[in-house]
Design a protein around this ligand. Structure first.
Ligand SMILES: NC(=O)C1=CN([C@@H]2O[C@H](COP(=O)(O)OP(=O)(O)OC[C@H]3O[C@@H](n4cnc5c(N)ncnc54)[C@H](OP(=O)(O)O)[C@@H]3O)[C@@H](O)[C@H]2O)C=CC1
Ligand SMILES: O=C(O)[C@H](O)COP(=O)(O)O
Length: 519
């Protein structure tokens, strides 16, 4: 039986008296609980039970048993939340920028203070290794603070234009531009970074004067609800931040096509392509799948390449959009590289996330089945297995597939799991051709000591980012992050997200006669 106790939290010099639930090892915020394992949703500054009377189960990927339950919010509740968000946004837009920033800094501090219980939810919901789970929460707090600072700088600046720079005009018009919020931002993050990819949408929206409706991924929802409670404790106005839970397949369309939504920021898979087709005339920020290629030239430092392939291809069991998803290596160095990678794969630890293993169970049984389908296809078509294929439940042992050919599915599809294909190439052009023939274009990387060649290859690769001599990565979080083709619309990164969540408004002062300053 869980126990209630009072814990004093010191945040930015402010004492917050809160009730927490001590469950043996970790503790959770009691207000957000509905019973011992179910959670409420958040609207109008309060934690509520859905009137639907239904809940959605969150399955622990390791035990494959129900770990938590969240409310299955109804369409009426979504309608209410949209109204609340619209009203709250109007007054928020009139809140001074420095005050918005102050609240964000406070939320960031509270979030970081609660890194342990939130990380524990990540371990249980998405089987992220324990240390990486803590890192995700800390990184999220830093992202929120950085956004507050960047927002103060970006949004505090407007433009002043004069008319006589355009042919045919006298200096009779002064144009003042400022940056205004869009309204209600709908934020939909994916399972693999539920906290980080939620705050990367929430904080730019808020600093720019927007309100938020968050629909967390089902796997990862409880971590998100804890994160939202940190914003609640920081003292944001009622109705400004709302979090509705439920299966995307059930309430997703209703949310994304809701007339109350003024902007959608989405990260996930093909669902994003469907949303883009259905959404109305509103700004979209879409961060979708990837098939990030790693091109290895003959002069590359193969030890560096092998280390980056391990980090890039196998961290969080390959469940990152920026994971290395295909290695394109020059035939002359392929044997040597494959041997080095094989040796490192053998050292990866495999097991539960609680033990901080390198390879942990993938998020769901359906995901594990999908990965297995790609492995079987590669086997039938003659790929070389560098390790024996092994699976127990959702846990798949790391697997390097050599001599993969373009007729195999794994050459093109993203496994989102710990299975990495190696294609041997005979020219740089062949590598670039394979990379550009993909329907994805998120990131890619090239390994060579020749910076001139690296630049030419980077320019030729049709991807949003190319990393030279390192594995693909989104971070640091203020760097621009974007995909082309089916990998996305628009650009993320703190600065770009703030700019995406505003509109420019101009006021033109028309003078009766030309006026030249000091003229
Ligand atoms: N480029 C990037 O940054 C990233 C890309 N990905 C991609 O996402 C895939 C796996 O992540 P996953 O979370 O499963 O991605 P999904 O696209 O399945 O889900 C992403 C989010 O969308 C929600 N959703 C599902 N259906 C709808 C709908 N009809 N309308 C609105 N929202 C909906 C999900 O909710 P629910 O969980 O309730 O279904 C979840 O919150 C990978 O294959 C990868 O390609 C993942 C992470 C990052
Ligand atoms: O969603 C993802 O997979 C991330 O955007 C990748 O982030 P990372 O490169 O910082 O791990």
């Amino acid at each position: 039986m869980a126990q209630l106790s009072n814990i004093q939290v010191l945040t930015n010099g402010v004492n917050i008296q809160q009730k927490v639930l001590t469950n043996g090892r970790a503790f959770q915020f009691s207000e957000i609980l509905d019973g011992e394992h179910a959670y409420k949703y958040y609207a109008d500054g309060e934690w509520k039970k859905s009137t639907s009377g239904k809940t959605v189960a969150i399955i622990n990927p390791t035990t494959r048993k129900t770990q938590y339950k969240v409310q299955a919010c109804s369409q009426e509740e979504v309608n209410k939340v949209m109204d609340l968000a619209k009203t709250a946004q109007k007054s928020w837009a009139k809140t001074p920028l420095w005050k918005r920033a102050e609240l964000l800094h406070k939320a960031a501090a509270i979030l970081k203070e609660h890194k342990a219980p939130i990380a524990e939810c990540l371990v249980k919901e998405i089987a992220k290794p324990a240390k990486d789970s803590v890192t995700e929460v800390v990184r999220s707090g830093d992202l929120v603070s950085y956004t507050a600072e960047e927002g103060v700088r970006i949004l505090g600046e407007g433009k002043f234009l004069v008319s006589d720079s355009f042919p045919g005009n006298e200096r009779t018009k002064y144009c003042l531009t400022s940056k205004i919020p869009l309204g209600v931002v709908l934020a939909i993050p994916p399972f693999n970074y539920p906290v980080n990819l939620a705050v990367s949408k929430i904080s730019p929206a808020l600093i720019a004067g927007n309100s938020i409706v968050l629909k967390p991924p089902t796997q990862g929802a409880v971590s998100c609800l804890h994160m939202v409670h940190c914003f609640h404790l920081a003292g944001f106005p009622k109705g400004l931040i709302n979090c509705v839970t439920g299966k995307g397949s059930e309430i997703g369309d209703f949310l994304t096509m809701h007339p109350g939504v003024n902007c959608i920021s989405f990260t996930g898979g093909d669902t994003g392509v469907a949303i883009s087709k259905k959404a109305g005339m509103i700004p979209l920020q879409m961060e979708l799948g990837g098939k990030d290629a790693c091109i290895v030239l003959e002069d590359a430092d193969l030890d560096l390449v092998a280390a980056n392939i391990i980090k890039g291809g196998f961290s969080y069991s390959g469940q990152r959009c920026t994971a290395v998803k295909v290695v394109l290596v020059m035939e002359s160095v392929a044997d040597s590289l494959v041997e080095k990678v094989k040796a490192k794969v053998a050292k990866l630890t495999v097991g539960p996330p609680e033990d901080d293993c390198d390879i942990t169970p993938v998020v769901s049984e359906s995901s594990a089945n999908y990965i297995e389908g790609l492995v079987k296809d590669a086997k039938e078509k003659g790929a070389t297995f560098c390790q024996e294929y092994k699976r127990e439940g959702n846990l798949i042992w790391p697997l390097l597939l050599d001599n993969v050919r373009p007729d195999m599915r794994i050459a093109w599809e993203e496994p989102f799991g710990p299975v990495l294909p190696v294609l041997r190439i005979n020219s740089v052009e062949e590598g670039i051709h394979h990379c550009n023939a993909s329907n994805f274009g998120l990131q890619g990387c090239v390994f060579t000591k020749d910076i001139n060649k690296a630049m030419l290859i980077s320019d030729a690769m049709e991807t949003g980012t190319v990393q030279i001599n390192s594995a693909p990565a989104r971070g640091p979080d203020h760097f621009p992050f974007q995909g082309i083709k089916d990998s996305g619309i628009g650009s993320q990164g703190i600065t770009n997200s703030i700019n995406m969540m505003i509109k420019v408004k101009t006021t033109v002062i028309n003078l009766p006669t030309p006026s030249y300053t000091m003229g």
